[in-house]
Design a protein. Structure first.
Length: 257
């Protein structure tokens, strides 16, 4: 497991908030006021992360790319040359299938990419490398799911990437070699702003096709002000994207190609 992944999971919420609670316990006798501050910060942070309404509000701020209108699907074949769908992790050794499978977020993206491909006639590139270095690649799992579950072929597999920047870099190498510079990019709505930036930085013209919006009415009792385990996970994803959008322009640019 990469060391950067370890520190990322440890420091970003909820890991960082749990560390604050641990610090509060450790400081309870040495520095009661600091302990109380750490406790309140950690407790309030965890409470906010557990609220569906926080997911809704945060997603509205992050999901800046609008969804494609159904009337635009037929025109994609004239406006672009290929569809690129990004991986989203995998579920390991699922006993029901007897093998690794794309995550439910990845399947959401694949379903949408399949529908767009069938409507537009555009070929698909699936992008996603090895999960912590272990085969099969996310791209291969995506291609298998597209073929078996959605009856949609995949023309290219980009199997080297481990980050969104590498998704863009390695996909661009393959597509440009095939004379392709205009793409329809399929990924989650919260992931799209960072993804679009990466693909445009490596010289591709991008039509965004976001899916899986979270910035919609949450539909929960009491307007989403009751804690929910799912919200912690969703807010963690949104926070990861917010941090990524700030950090990526500092780490990557077209000059690093």
């Amino acid at each position: 497991m990469p060391i950067r992944y370890f520190f990322k999971q440890l420091l970003l919420p909820p890991g960082g908030l749990l560390l604050l609670l641990l610090a509060a316990w450790w400081l309870r006798r040495r520095s009661p006021r600091l302990a109380a501050f750490c406790f309140m910060l950690g407790f309030c942070g965890l409470w906010l992360m557990s609220l569906p309404v926080t997911v809704e509000w945060a997603a509205r701020a992050i999901e800046s790319e609008v969804a494609l209108n159904r009337s635009q699907w037929d025109e994609l074949g004239k406006r672009a040359q290929a569809i690129v769908v990004l991986g989203a992790g995998r579920e390991q050794a699922d006993p029901a299938w007897g093998s690794d499978q794309p995550s439910h977020i990845a399947l959401e993206r694949l379903r949408y990419a399949s529908r767009l491909a069938k409507t537009s006639g555009l070929p698909i590139l699936a992008s996603g490398g090895l999960h912590y270095g272990e085969p099969p690649s996310e791209a291969l799992l995506a291609a298998e799911a597209l073929e078996r579950d959605f009856d949609t072929p995949t023309q290219w597999l980009e199997e080297r990437s481990r980050t969104t920047w590498e998704n863009a870099r390695y996909s661009a190498e393959m597509l440009k070699a095939a004379g392709i510079k205009r793409i329809v990019l399929v990924t989650s709505a919260s992931h799209m702003p960072r993804s679009r930036w990466c693909f445009e930085e490596v010289g591709l013209d991008v039509i965004t096709a976001p899916v899986g919006f979270m910035g919609v009415p949450n539909g929960r009792p009491f307007g989403g002000w009751l804690p929910e385990a799912k919200a912690v996970w969703q807010n963690g994803m949104l926070l990861n994207e917010a941090v990524g959008m700030l950090v990526y322009p500092l780490l990557y640019d077209s000059a690093s190609e």
